[in-house]
Design a protein around this ligand. Structure first.
Ligand SMILES: [Zn+2]
Ligand SMILES: [Zn+2]
Ligand SMILES: [Zn+2]
Length: 245
């Protein structure tokens, strides 16, 4: 389409188009189509040169970029970091929930952080005893790809939720009334939902044992204690990136 820009300008005036656009932020489809984890051509020799970041503010959405490009090109922008779990792209709930209503999307706890998958994952068809057992014991399935879910969610990933919105418009990515409505649109009826009092819908996910979290905390505390107070360690990682395999 050569009329992209004209169409974009017209969209600003068209309330109908605007209404449709409110269901899906403009950066979401580019995000889901982006290839992550290639090496940054500009910072190939640096330690953190893999392109695992994505900007929510630049238009049109730029390709994935690296840690160094972030400060060079996207200062002050909303940037999210993509991580990997078993070779699939995930994003932390904490990084996207302000910009996106993730209601209805299955979340998982991986390396003590709650994450969700960007896209539908290939499913073993008829094979894999583990997968079969998991599916057999599940009563919840993604509305789009039929993947077995752990909890009463509607979608396995942001990608499947997007498909549903484009087909039916009966879900939304707009984070407005996430807390007010308590996500009336199906799913997320878990008891611990209210206990947590958060806006994260559902929220059990693949919970790792409580002990695990405690131990991680203790390790961190010990590490901190062993450092001289006066000299803060430089470049303490926000969190080690995980590459669960
Ligand atoms: Zn770079
Ligand atoms: Zn940017
Ligand atoms: Zn799905």
């Amino acid at each position: 389409m050569t009329m992209r820009r004209a169409a974009a300008a017209a969209a600003a005036e068209s309330t109908a188009a605007a209404a449709a656009a409110t269901l899906v932020p403009p950066w979401l489809e580019p995000l889901l189509a982006t290839q992550f984890f290639s090496a940054c051509p500009d910072h190939a020799d640096a330690a953190r040169s893999e392109c695992n970041m994505f900007c929510l503010d630049c238009r049109p959405s730029p390709p994935a970029f690296c840690f160094y490009c972030r400060s060079d090109i996207h200062p002050g922008h909303r940037v999210i970091q993509i991580r990997r779990s078993s070779y699939h792209d995930v994003v932390r709930v904490a990084e996207v929930e302000k910009a996106l209503d993730i209601g209805g999307v299955q979340t998982y706890v991986i390396n003590s952080a709650r994450v969700l998958f960007l896209n539908e994952r290939p499913q073993p068809r008829g094979g894999g005893a583990a997968a079969a057992g998991k599916a057999a014991s599940s009563t919840h399935y993604c509305e789009i790809c039929a993947r077995a879910l752990l909890d009463p969610f509607r979608f396995c990933s942001l990608g499947c939720k997007l498909v549903r919105i484009k087909r039916n418009g009966d879900a939304s990515f707009t984070p407005t009334e996430a807390s007010a409505s308590g996500s009336g649109s199906g799913g997320g009826d878990g008891d611990d939902n209210k206990a947590e009092g958060g806006k994260v819908t559902g929220g059990s996910g693949e919970r790792i044992p409580q002990r695990e979290e405690t131990r991680v905390g203790a390790d961190t505390a010990r590490a901190t204690r062993s450092l001289p107070n006066s000299r803060r360690r430089k470049g303490v990682p926000h969190r080690a990136p995980f590459f669960a395999s």
